[in-house]
Design a protein around this ligand. Sequence first.
Ligand SMILES: [Zn+2]
Length: 74
Amino acid sequence: MAREMTDQIRSIAEVLAVMSSPNAVSRILSEHSVDSTGHCRGCRYPTVAAPVWPCRLWEIADETRRNQELRAVK
Ligand SMILES: [Zn+2]
């Protein structure tokens, strides 16, 4: 992974890997996909501009999925 991941995202993802189902994680990943302008589809709110993708939530879900896959292998 080229982007540097913060310790914060990593520790949140470790908790979520235990507490959330793989289905919930994959739903977040599909909802928070990139749109044609390079922003996140899942982070659209009336009052706030959509963040540039990948958003923080997608990064957390992506790391959570990686954690869950590691657990599944063991
Ligand atoms: Zn998002």
